[in-house]
Structure formats: structure tokens, C-alpha cells
Design a protein around this ligand. Structure first.
Ligand code: SF4
Length: 295
């Protein structure tokens, strides 16, 4: 279950692979973009309806640590439920002691590391000018030393950009220094901000995993639910997900715990109303609610 802590594309990066499109104005300004009480109320309503997620995920359509109330939110969530809290972050602000302190009570933090040097960092993540590779990576190392929860590093691999064996050696050195509990290898399976971004094959991802060590694993964009139960498909839920990222019918089915036939009916209705559109990529069909096709 996800909570969106910042307005659409409020981010310190402008990653070339971002499935939400380009960041118009990367920022490092932290403020209360969304009130923690509002987010908590939304969460409690959903929990009262019987939804019981594996994790409450703080993330959404930008960089959640830009919300300077993230620590307050984590504390309030933990006062109400024992469901573990996960934070999806690009990791750019972990060197800021306030951000570091705020995330210490989370159960899992999932930061990104897509480059092993400044050049790659600029090419892939296109950060706000205030963020340098060295500062970012030292923030990750310092955070790990204080954080007792699970640290799951994500490396987004792009064909021809950061997928070579030499790059893997560079990543391996940083992984050894950061000391995460897991390393997730992902690639561009959804339409990215820049059309030139290409995914690497699953075989290449598995080869990279071998080079990156025992902690590395290939991750799928969505974890499938296995309860066998389905929930009704609501337009609001579909639009909520599709406003954040392009999804296939299977993605939507997994994310919402709804049968594929119900998802298909809901998606067809939204297509007919002109509220979403189709995008084809690598032979797969995605749906999204943005007016333009970024691919
Ligand atoms: S992928 Fe994440 S960190 Fe990168 S621009 Fe998009 S929202 Fe920001």
C-alpha cells in the first residue's frame, strides 16, 4: 500500500529512465508538501476497510524525503499499526542529518544507486546541481552505519549505459562499502522519460547479479499477490496507479488484487472515456493517464 508524500514529479533527480516522465524543476527544498495527518487519515481509512498490505510504502510520484514531515509520518503510522513501513528513496538526501534521523524508524529503506561515478550519475540521474555523486554515496554509507532496519539497494540497469562488466566491478566496490542487506537489479520495462533508454535482457541481468555478489537479485516491478481472492475494480484505484506509472493489465491485476477480466473491463471503460491511453513498448501494452506518450 503506497502513500504519496509529494506532488507529481517533485524530485531532486531527473532520471532518464523515470517512468513518470521528465522532472521540470529538480529541487532539494524540503517542506511539508502533504500533511502527515492527511496521509495518516487516508491510510487508516484503507486499513479500516480491511486492506492488509505486507508493507506501507512511502514513496509515490517523486522523492518522498523532500517532505520534511516524513519522520513524523513514520512515527504516527507506527503508533497505529504493526505493518512494516518501507521508504522508496533515490537516496540523494541521506547525507542530510535531518533526513537520516527521520528514516531511522522505518523498517526498510530502498535507496537507488544507478552509477558508480560522477559522470554516470550526471548522465543517468541528472541531479539537482546541489547534489554531487560523492555526497550522495557518502550519505548512503553513513546512513547504513546508523540504520538497523533492512537496507535494500536498487540498481537500475540501462542497456549501453551502465550494464558492462567494468561498471559491475565499480558497483561491487560501492556495494561493499555501503553494505546493504539486499541489492535489487531492475531495468526499463516501462516507458521511460527518454526514448533512448533501453532495457537489458534478463540473461544480462542475471550475469550482472553474479558479478555483484550474493546479495544481488533481479526484481520484478510488482510482486504478485497469492491469496487467490480478488477485489472489485474501481476507476478511482485504476486512475490512481496509472497517474503514477504506466502499467500492463497484469501489473494492475497484481497491484490491486483484482482479476484480470475485471481489470480489462475497467481499463476499457477508461479508454472509452479518454481518461487513459495505450503505449506499446518491447511488444508489451501499457496503459497510462498522462496525455502524452513519453516513449
Ligand atoms: S525515477 Fe525516482 S528519483 Fe528518478 S526522477 Fe523519477 S521519481 Fe525522481
Amino acid at each position: 500500500m503506497g502513500l504519496d508524500l509529494v506532488p507529481f514529479k517533485t524530485c531532486s533527480y531527473d532520471c532518464i529512465y523515470c517512468q513518470l516522465g521528465r522532472t521540470q524543476n529538480p529541487t532539494v527544498t524540503r517542506q511539508a508538501y502533504v500533511s502527515p495527518q492527511r496521509l495518516l487519515d487516508q491510510l487508516l481509512v484503507r486499513l479500516e476497510k480491511g486492506v492488509h498490505p505486507d508493507y506501507i510504502t512511502l514513496g509515490g510520484s517523486g522523492e518522498p524525503t523532500l517532505n520534511d514531515q516524513i519522520g513524523v509520518l513514520i512515527r504516527r503510522i507506527k503508533a497505529h499499526t504493526r505493518i512494516p513501513v518501507a521508504v522508496l528513496t533515490n537516496g540523494s538526501l541521506l547525507g542530510d542529518p535531518d533526513v537520516c534521523d527521520a528514516l531511522l524508524e522505518a523498517d526498510v529503506v530502498l535507496p537507488s544507486l544507478d552509477a558508480c561515478d560522477e559522470t554516470g550519475f550526471q548522465d543517468i540521474n541528472r541531479p539537482h546541481p546541489a547534489i554531487a555523486f560523492d555526497t550522495m554515496v557518502k550519505g548512503l554509507i553513513a546512513f547504513r552505519k546508523r540504520f538497523a532496519g533492512g537496507l535494500w539497494l536498487e540498481i537500475f540497469v540501462i542497456k549501453g549505459i551502465n550494464d558492462t562488466e567494468k561498471q559491475a566491478e565499480g558497483f561491487r566496490r560501492w556495494i561493499d562499502r555501503i553494505n546493504p542487506d539486499r541489492v535489487h537489479i531492475n531495468t526499463a520495462v516501462r516507458p521511460p522519460a527518454e526514448a533512448s533508454v533501453r532495457p537489458v535482457s534478463r540473461e544480462q541481468m542475471l550475469r550482472l547479479c553474479d558479478l555483484l555478489g550474493d546479495k544481488a537479485e533481479v526484481v520484478a516491478p510488482f510482486q504478485r499477490t497469492s491469496t487467490g481472492q480478488t477485489r472489485p475494480c474501481r476507476d478511482r484505484d485504476l486512475l490512481n496507479i496509472l497517474s503514477r506509472r504506466p502499467c500492463t493489465l497484469e501489473d494492475l491485476s497484481s497491484a490491486l488484487g483484482t482479476s484480470k477480466s475485471e481489470i480489462t473491463q475497467g481499463v476499457n471503460a477508461l479508454l472509452a472515456m479518454g481518461k487513459i491511453h495505450r503505449v506499446e513498448r518491447q511488444g508489451a501494452v501499457y496503459f497510462q493517464s498522462h496525455p502524452k506518450d513519453p516513449g
